[in-house]
Design a protein. Structure first.
Length: 95
């Protein structure tokens, strides 16, 4: 590969990285909420399963948290899809 090809490939990778960073920001606070609810739900359900807690309520709270996490993940992916449609990736960097 020539030095020009290497530089062109490097610029393309830098543009792709910047594009992906912006795409990840599209999820925003919804993604943080999705992670919190996912972890809370998994800890609650696993804790109940291995008798780390005797409260039946803990299991139900875990199920509610997992449903909330699923809803948050749906919102995150829909927001990313919308952002991707509004800002298509341009490998030439013309936009």
């Amino acid at each position: 590969m020539t030095p020009e090809e290497i530089e062109a490939r490097k610029r393309l990778l830098e543009r792709r990285l910047a594009y992906n960073r912006e795409l990840n920001r599209a999820g925003g606070k919804w993604e943080a909420g999705a992670w919190v609810f996912t972890l809370l739900g998994l800890v609650s359900v696993v804790g109940r399963r291995f008798d780390l807690a005797d409260f039946k309520t803990l299991w139900w709270l875990g199920m509610v948290a997992l449903v909330a996490a699923l809803a948050c993940w749906v919102v995150v992916f829909m927001r990313r899809k919308k952002w991707r449609e509004e800002h298509p990736f341009d490998p030439e960097g013309r936009s």
